[in-house]
Ligand binder design. Structure first.
Ligand SMILES: Nc1ncnc2c1ncn2[C@@H]1O[C@H](COP(=O)(O)OP(=O)(O)OP(=O)(O)O)[C@@H](O)[C@H]1O
Ligand SMILES: Nc1ccn([C@H]2C[C@H](O)[C@@H](COP(=O)(O)O)O2)c(=O)n1
Length: 233
């Protein structure tokens, strides 16, 4: 695919927390002129609905009922962030500690996953070319995607990145962040329904020693060469 040609496919970006999926996916979408879908934001919005209803995130039946009754909306424009629950803007709230602590439990509920995966596929179907990031996009949501990337980085790099994002410098606070990332990864990788793992045909990109732009360039290069190989076949 030359730079002038239009990208018409789907790129999936999966991987553990703090590897840079959201920032890289936005950059790749902007470069390719594609839409962008943050599926983690959807599970976070579902968690807001659960917490606001006073439901225990460990009560799977109540979580499923609450999320089924909630109207969860996310945008697919890489330049703006739209996340709403029942018409209320929750874009800032979904990044808070309370939601981050509870989101793994909510996202492990099979009925919640079925509901949000259906919604994700509908959004993708109407988005055209798209970059979608999450944990199960290459394995479950879009198994026929043009390019699947599984992003990794060392636990130390991920904790430092998250600390930088939050303006945290004290070593003991960075250690707390690292423990939280570890806890969430273990939970997300060991759940029964759609655990975090690379798709068999995913390209693994280790971003530990790459800066953000370097990762964006690498994924754009992979998308370009995948499309070019498809055109030659
Ligand atoms: N290659 C990189 N080098 C250094 N910093 C990076 C790199 N990629 C992303 N970052 C920074 O790391 C932080 C975390 O990135 P981001 O939120 O995109 O990760 P994520 O994988 O989407 O995390 P989560 O799954 O928890 O939402 C951000 O501040 C981002 O700017
Ligand atoms: N496709 C997805 C996306 C996200 N999740 C879960 C697992 C994460 O801990 C949580 C928040 O995601 P983040 O915003 O940190 O990317 O949502 C999932 O199970 N499947």
């Amino acid at each position: 695919m030359s730079e002038q040609m239009t990208f018409r496919g789907q790129v999936t970006l999966d991987g553990p927390s703090g590897t840079g999926k959201s920032s890289v996916a936005r950059g790749v979408a902007a470069h390719l002129g594609a839409a962008y879908l943050d599926t983690g934001a959807m599970y976070r919005a579902a968690t807001v609905a659960v917490l606001d209803a006073g439901v225990d995130p460990a009560d799977a039946d109540a979580v499923a009922r609450t999320v089924a009754a909630a109207r969860i909306e996310v945008g697919t424009d890489a330049a703006t962030e739209l996340v709403q629950v029942d018409g209320v803007d929750v874009a800032a709230r979904i990044r808070g500690v309370e939601v981050t602590r509870a989101v793994s439990a909510v996202s492990a509920v099979p009925a919640v996953r079925r509901q949000l995966v259906d919604q994700q596929r509908a959004l993708v179907a109407s988005a055209g070319p798209v970059v979608v990031e999450g944990r199960d996009i290459g394995t479950v949501v879009l198994p026929d995607a043009t390019l699947k990337v599984y992003l990794t980085a060392s636990p130390e790099a991920r904790a430092q990145r998250r600390a930088g994002q939050l303006g945290i410098t004290a070593p003991d606070e960075v250690a707390v962040l690292a423990a939280d990332l570890r806890r969430r990864d273990e939970f997300d990788s060991s759940r029964e329904d759609s655990p975090l793992r690379p798709a068999a045909d995913a390209v693994v990109v280790d971003s530990t020693d790459l800066d953000q732009q370097g990762v964006v360039d690498r994924v754009v290069e992979l998308a370009t060469s995948t499309v070019a190989a498809g055109e030659r076949a």
